[in-house]
Design a protein around this ligand. Structure first.
Ligand SMILES: Cc1cc2nc3c(=O)[nH]c(=O)nc-3n(C[C@H](O)[C@H](O)[C@H](O)COP(=O)(O)OP(=O)(O)OC[C@H]3O[C@@H](n4cnc5c(N)ncnc54)[C@H](O)[C@@H]3O)c2cc1C
Ligand code: FES
Length: 257
């Protein structure tokens, strides 16, 4: 458990905020895809999990980008600079770069873009990185300038065509895979995006890692609130998103049911 001071808390786009925290070395050096479990205060009982969005080791800050959804994130959006928050982390097991990988494609759907900026920061100097980010509409897009600064290329697409091509992140990524032939895909987005990816051979034939979201209790593997299903032999078994993930190989995750 650590206490972290709020440096800034500001809107990034429609309903999306960035919370910047004064962070200890273990958070500044966290693996991409890991998360912070934040006690938001204001009488909200359980902690809320948020992926690390970016770090700035020179400033000693780390940020999460969050969408306002319910009570916890509403309280968080009203948190003022200099407030001290009780934060657990970094938690979980993040994305890993396969041995010898030189090109990574980042695929984000909606708030799934949040951890991928930290991933792009991590990849700088380690592998070439291209990003495909899909949003419902231009007004929800965020951090595009930061992605442009870290990535070799960025394609932003939208469901309504208000920014970039009108298509899904999955379809835009599938097209890019044909030309760029990445060695690995690191993805974060909604379940529907992952189901679509599982249906396409181009993702099945690559090392493809996806970050899952489940409601969480403890965040450290003790309460089993966050179970997901992964393939095991002819069947499947439960894994804990908080401790065994949140990042899993796309081909191993069993959705639905
Ligand atoms: C490992 C991990 C990383 C995450 N990273 C981010 C991030 O970087 N940015 C971000 O905006 N959100 C992220 N989330 C989701 C975020 O934790 C939830 O949106 C947040 O906890 C909602 O809290 P709330 O009190 O505002 O909403 P609540 O009032 O608790 O719920 C509002 C709505 O959101 C749904 N919901 C709540 N928690 C989750 C969840 N964990 N998964 C799916 N649906 C949920 C509820 O079912 C309900 O419909 C992450 C979740 C996980 C598990
Ligand atoms: S949240 Fe408790 S085991 Fe994952």
């Amino acid at each position: 458990m650590g206490l972290m001071r709020v440096v800034r808390n500001r809107p990034l786009s429609d309903g999306v905020f960035e919370l910047e925290l004064s962070a200890p070395p273990e958070v500044l050096g966290a693996a991409p895809g890991t998360f912070l479990h934040v006690a938001v205060g204001g009488g909200v009982f359980l902690r809320r999990p948020f992926s690390i969005h970016r770090t700035d080791p020179q400033d000693g800050t780390a940020a999460v980008a969050y969408a306002v959804r319910g009570e916890g994130t509403r309280v968080l959006s009203q948190t003022k600079p200099d407030t001290v928050l009780d934060v657990l982390g970094p938690l979980g097991s993040g994305y890993s770069l396969p041995e010898g990988a030189r090109r990574v494609l980042l695929v984000g759907g909606g708030m799934g873009a949040a951890p991928l900026l930290h991933a792009a920061q991590f990849l700088k100097g380690r592998a070439d990185c291209d990003a495909v980010l899909g949003f419902a509409s231009a007004s929800y897009a965020f951090a595009l300038d930061r992605f442009e600064a870290c990535c070799r290329s960025l394609r932003a697409v939208t469901d309504d065509g208000s920014l970039g091509v009108k298509c899904s992140a999955c379809d835009a990524a599938a097209r890019l895979i044909e030309t760029e032939r990445p060695d690995a895909v690191w993805a974060c987005g909604p379940e529907g995006m992952y189901r679509a990816m599982q249906g396409l051979g181009c993702f099945r034939n690559l090392v493809c890692q996806v970050s899952l979201e489940e409601r969480m209790g403890c965040g450290v593997g003790a309460c089993l609130t966050c179970s997901c299903r992964v393939r095991a032999g002819e069947g499947w078994e439960y894994r804990r998103v908080c401790a065994d993930g949140p990042v899993f190989p796309l081909g191993e995750v069993v959705f639905g049911g």
